[in-house]
Ligand binder design. Structure first.
Ligand code: ADP
Length: 856
C-alpha cells in the first residue's frame, strides 16, 4: 500500500457495484460482467496466475434511484439497526459477491459510473466455476476519471490521481480537526466495546487510531463502521483533507448519537420491564427486525390461528361450562406469543374443546325387525344372545333413555363379541368405537391427566368421542375384566364405574378437559373373557350375556356363511373361486385349530384363500382361467396349510393307570380338557406336584390324597385297615401337562382322586371319559363353574362321557346346546364313590359297606 506509487495516466476500469474501495483497503469481489471478465482474462494470462502488479481503476457505479433498487433496501435496513454499527464489510478485506455480477452481461456505460474512484493493485485473481473470476484488489490512491478512451472490449480511461496529502504541521485548524477525528473515533469505539460486540476488529482499530494519519484514518473508519453507500461515496469524493475529516467527524458523531439514544432507551425501558414484558419487548423488536429484512414469516399466522380456533369453538356448540372455559382460555392465548411454550398447551386444549362432539348426534334407527335382520345377517347362531340384545333395544325404544344395565358379552376370544358390538351399532345406525381396556392400570388413562402435567392428554373416553365425532356412539369397552384396579396410579375401575353409572355419567369429569362431559347418550357395551376377574361393583352394573364358544357344527356353519365369503372377497377373488366342502372345513377346524372361537379358523381359511389367489392369478396370466379349479381337496390341505397341528385329543390315547382326563376352564374363558398324570416311586411318603399350579389346586391334591389314604383299605389298596407302611414307603408325583399354563381352582378335585385310585389299584379310566368337580375331605362332590364352556370344549375334544357334580345338572340342562347333549353321556355324582364307580365303569371299587359317605 503505497499511495506514492506511480499510477499510469491511462488504466483499465473495473466498475464496482454497491461497494466503495478506499485507499489502503482491500476488497474481494466476483467478476461476471462480460467486459470486466475480458479484462481479467487478459490480466490472468499475462500474470500466469501469480501475483500481479497490474493496476486497475475501481470505479463505483452511481447509486441507483432510491425507489426501485434492492441495494437501497439493504442499505436502509442496515442503517436502521441500532445495534449493528459494524457494517458487513467489517474487515479490512471486504467481501462483495454481487460486484460485477454475472447477471448483467451488457457492457457498462461510462454514464453509469461515478466520477471518482480508487486505483488498485490486483492482489489475487482466481478463475471461478462459472467462467468468471474472483478478484482481490488493494486500494492505492484516489483517482478521478477525466475521460474514457476505450469502451470495448473493456473500459479504459484517462485519470488524475490524488496522492494522500500530508497533514501540514503549521495548520492549526487541520491539526485540531485531526485530534477531534481521533477522539471521536475513540469514543465511538469504546461505546461499541461496551456493547460487547465480539470482534477482534475493535482492538485493531483502536491501535490503528493512535498511529494513523488523519486521511487514511477517516477512510478506514468510514468504510469499516456503519455507513451508507452514499456516505462512503461522499468520503471517496473528499480529496481534500479538511473536507474529508469534517465529513468523517460528522458521520462518526451521528453514530455516537444514535448509539447513545438507543442505549438510553434500552436502559430505561429495561429498568421498568418485568421479565415477561421484556420478553415481549424483545419479540416485538425481533419482529420489527425480521420485517425490515423481509424475513418475517407470514406475520398474521398466529392471529389467524386464534381467530380460526375461536370460530371452530363457536361452531362446536359447547356446553355452558365448556363455553366458559373456552372463553377464559381464548382470552389467555390472545395475550401470548406463539413461541411461548404455554401457547401450544393452551392451543391444544382449545382444539380438544372444539373437537368434542358437544351437540352432534346421529339419529337412531329403532326398528326392531331391521335390527333382527342385521344381527341375523352378521352372525350365525347365538340365538339367546341375539334375543337378549333385541330385548334391550326394544326397551331402549320404549323408554328412550340408556339407563338400563350395561350389556357385557362374556366369552372366550374369537366368539364374536366385538363383531356383535359392531352389528348392534349398525342396527341402531350409530357410530362404533372400541376401547381396549386390556392392561389399563392407570386411572388417568380413562380420565385423562390434569393439564398441569407435561404432555397431558384427555382419557380414552374423551378420545373416543373425538374420534367418532358424535356424542351418541356405541362404545365397546373391550376386556373389561383385564382392567387393573387399586394401583398406585389411582383406580381405573372406579373411573369406569363412573362412566357406566347412569346417575352420574351425564357429567363425567375428564381431568384434562376439566368440564363435565355428557356420556348419557352413549351406548356402552362391555366384553369380558372371565367373569371372576371383574370387580364386584362393575359386575353389579352389568348384565352378563354369555357366548360360550362353538361346537364344530356351528364352526362349519359360521365358516361357510361368513368367514369364507369374507376372506374370498378380501383376497380379491370372486364367489366360487374357493370352494371348501363341509368335510374339508371340519378337517381345517379340527386339525389346524384348537379354540372356542373362530379366530384361528378364520386365519387358516385366509391361508387357503391366499394360496388359491396365487393359483388364480397364475391361471389368468397364462390365459387359461377355464382350467382353474376353486375346489379344495383333502390332499391339498397339507400342501397349503402344512402338516396337521392337532390330532384328535383323546381318541388315540391309550388308557393307563394313574392318568385321568379332567375338564378345565382357562383364564381366557375358554374351556379345555386337561390330563392328570400320577405316578409313584419308592420313597418316604412325599407328594410332589408340578405343572404351574396355584394354591387352591395344590390343596385339592392334598385333599384327594388324604381321602384316598383314609379309605385305602376299602378301596382295595392296602390289605388291612390299619396298614400304615404302604404310603410311608413311596413318593407320589402328580403332574398336569401343558406345564407352561397356569392352573388353579378346585374343580380338578374329583379327577385327582380318581387318578390316585387308578394309580394304586391299577384300574384304568377311558380317555374319552372326562370329569370335573370339587371334593371335600369327607368325599362329597361340590358343583363348579364354567360347565357350558367345559362341556363344549369336551365335545370338541371327542369326549363321550362326562362326570359332573349333581349340583351342575341344571347348568347342563339349561345352557348346553341340544346337539352336544345328544352326543355326550352325562353322569352326575354326589360323592367320590359315585365318581369312581362311573369312571371305572362297573369294576368293583369298594370293599365293604360305604357307611361313612352315605351318612353325610
Ligand atoms: P371376540 O371379540 O369375541 O374376540 P371377534 O368379534 O373379534 O371375537 O370375532 C372374530 C371373528 O369371528 C370375526 O371376524 C367375527 O365376525 C367372526 N365370528 C365370530 N362369531 C361369529 C358368528 N356367530 N357368526 C359369524 N361370524 C362370527
Amino acid at each position: 500500500m503505497n499511495s506514492n506509487q506511480q499510477i499510469p495516466k491511462i488504466i483499465p476500469i473495473v466498475p464496482i457495484k454497491n461497494k466503495v474501495l478506499l485507499p489502503g483497503l482491500v476488497l474481494r469481489f466476483q467478476v461476471g460482467r462480460k467486459d470486466t471478465v475480458q479484462l481479467m482474462q487478459k490480466i490472468y494470462r499475462a500474470t500466469d496466475n501469480r501475483e500481479s502488479k497490474h493496476i486497475v481503476g475501481c470505479i463505483p457505479l452511481k447509486p441507483p434511484p432510491v425507489s426501485e433498487n434492492d441495494d437501497v433496501a439493504v442499505n436502509k435496513s442496515s442503517s436502521t439497526l441500532p445495534f449493528n454499527p459494524l457494517s458487513s464489510n467489517s474487515k479490512k478485506v471486504t467481501e462483495n459477491k454481487n460486484v460485477n455480477d454475472s447477471s448483467s452481461l451488457s457492457l457498462t456505460q461510462p454514464s453509469d459510473l461515478h466520477h471518482f474512484g480508487c486505483a488498485a493493485r490486483i492482489v489475487r485473481l482466481e478463475k471461478t466455476v462459472g467462467g468468471g473470476f474472483m478478484a482481490v484488489v488493494e486500494g492505492i490512491v484516489r483517482i478521478r476519471v477525466d475521460s474514457y478512451v476505450k469502451l470495448e472490449p473493456y473500459l479504459e480511461a484517462e485519470i488524475t490521481s490524488f496522492p494522500e496529502p500530508v497533514l501540514p504541521k503549521d495548520d492549526q485548524e487541520l491539526q485540531d480537526l485531526a485530534i477531534s477525528l481521533k477522539s471521536t473515533g475513540r469514543e465511538l469505539l469504546s461505546m461499541l466495546q461496551d456493547l460487547k460486540l465480539p470482534t477482534p476488529l475493535l482492538t485493531q482499530l483502536q491501535k490503528f487510531i493512535d498511529g494513523a494519519a488523519a486521511g487514511p484514518l477517516a477512510d478506514l473508519l468510514i468504510s469499516t463502521l456503519e455507513s451508507t453507500y452514499e456516505e462512503k461515496l461522499h468520503i471517496l469524493d473528499a480529496v481534500e483533507l479538511k473536507t474529508r475529516m469534517l465529513r468523517a467527524i460528522d458521520l462518526l458523531t451521528r453514530q455516537i448519537h444514535i448509539l447513545k439514544i438507543s442505549q438510553k432507551i434500552h436502559s430505561t425501558v429495561e429498568g421498568k420491564l418485568s421479565k415477561k414484558q421484556r420478553e415481549f419487548y424483545l419479540r416485538q423488536q425481533m419482529a420489527a427486525i425480521k420485517d425490515e429484512l423481509g424475513e418475517r414469516d407470514d406475520s398474521s399466522t398466529e392471529d389467524d390461528d386464534v381467530t380460526d380456533l375461536a370460530k371452530r369453538l363457536k361452531e362446536a356448540g359447547l356446553s355452558p361450562e365448556a363455553e366458559k372455559a373456552a372463553q377464559r382460555e381464548l382470552k389467555r392465548i390472545k395475550r401470548m406469543h406463539p413461541t411461548q411454550a404455554e401457547y401450544q398447551v393452551v392451543r391444544t386444549y382449545l382444539e380438544w374443546l372444539s373437537e368434542i362432539p358437544w351437540s352432534k348426534f346421529t339419529s337412531d334407527i329403532l326398528d326392531i325387525e331391521k335390527a333382527r335382520q342385521q344381527l341375523d345377517d352378521d352372525h350365525y347362531g347365538l340365538q339367546t344372545v341375539k334375543k337378549r340384545v333385541l330385548e334391550y333395544l326394544a326397551v331402549l325404544k320404549l323408554k328412550e333413555d340408556m339407563k338400563g344395565p350395561i350389556l357385557c358379552l362374556l366369552g372366550p376370544p374369537g366368539v364374536g363379541k366385538t363383531s356383535l358390538g359392531k352389528s348392534i351399532a349398525n342396527a341402531l345406525g350409530r357410530k362404533f368405537h372400541r376401547i381396549s381396556l386390556g392392561g389399563v392400570r392407570d386411572e388417568a388413562e380413562i380420565r385423562g391427566h390434569r393439564r398441569t402435567y407435561i404432555g397431558a392428554m384427555p382419557g380414552l373416553i374423551a378420545q373416543a368421542l373425538r374420534r367418532v365425532a358424535v356424542s351418541n356412539p356405541v362404545i365397546l369397552l373391550d376386556e373389561i375384566d383385564k382392567v387393573g384396579h387399586l394401583s398406585n396410579h389411582g383406580d381405573p375401575s372406579a373411573a369406569l364405574l363412573e362412566v357406566l353409572d347412569p346417575e352420574q355419567n351425564n357429567s363425567f369429569n375428564d381431568h384434562y378437559l376439566n368440564v363435565p362431559l355428557d356420556l348419557s347418550k352413549v351406548l356402552f357395551i362391555a366384553t369380558a373373557n372371565n367373569v371372576d376377574s371383574i370387580t364386584a361393583p362393575l359386575l353389579d352394573r352389568m348384565e352378563l350375556i354369555s357366548l360360550p364358544g362353538y361346537t364344530f357344527d356351528e364352526k362349519i356353519n359360521i365358516a361357510q356363511r361368513h368367514l369364507l365369503p369374507k376372506q374370498i372377497a378380501s383376497h380379491g377373488l370372486g364367489p366360487g373361486h374357493v370352494k371348501i366342502s363341509d368335510e374339508i372345513m371340519l378337517k381345517i377346524a379340527s386339525g389346524y385349530t384348537r379354540e372356542a372361537g373362530v379366530r384361528s379358523l378364520e386365519r387358516e381359511i385366509a391361508g387357503v384363500c391366499r394360496s388359491k389367489a396365487v393359483e388364480y392369478a397364475d391361471a389368468k396370466d397364462k390365459s387359461n382361467v377355464e382350467k382353474y379349479n376353486g375346489e379344495i381337496e383333502l390332499g391339498d390341505l397339507e400342501r397349503i396349510l402344512g402338516v396337521e397341528k392337532y390330532e384328535d385329543e383323546v381318541a388315540e390315547r391309550a388308557s393307563k393307570p394313574g392318568v385321568v382326563t379332567g375338564l378345565a376352564w382357562t383364564s381366557s374363558g375358554s374351556g379345555g380338557i386337561l390330563f392328570i398324570e400320577a405316578t409313584q416311586m419308592a420313597g418316604k411318603g412325599n407328594l410332589q406336584l408340578t405343572g404351574k399350579l396355584g394354591e387352591v389346586i395344590k390343596e385339592s391334591a392334598q385333599i384327594a390324597l388324604s381321602w384316598v389314604r383314609t379309605h385305602a383299605y376299602h378301596l382295595g389298596i392296602t390289605t388291612t385297615s390299619t396298614e400304615s407302611l404302604y404310603f410311608s414307603e413311596r413318593d407320589i408325583h402328580i403332574h398336569f401337562p401343558a406345564g407352561a399354563i397356569n392352573k388353579d381352582g378346585p374343580s380338578a378335585g374329583v379327577a385327582l382322586a380318581t387318578a390316585l385310585v387308578s394309580l394304586f389299584t391299577h384300574k384304568r379310566v377311558q380317555p374319552t371319559t372326562a370329569m370335573t368337580g370339587e371334593i371335600t375331605l369327607r368325599g362329597q362332590v361340590l358343583s363348579v363353574g364354567g360347565i357350558k364352556e367345559k362341556v363344549i370344549a369336551a365335545h370338541r375334544a371327542g369326549i363321550k362321557r362326562v362326570i359332573l357334580p349333581v349340583g351342575n345338572r341344571k347348568d347342563v340342562q339349561g345352557d348346553v346346546p341340544e346337539r352336544i347333549r345328544k352326543d355326550i353321556e352325562f353322569v352326575y355324582a354326589k360323592n367320590v364313590f359315585e365318581v369312581l364307580s362311573s369312571a371305572f365303569e362297573g369294576q368293583q371299587v369298594w370293599i365293604g359297606p360305604i357307611v361313612e359317605m352315605e351318612s353325610r
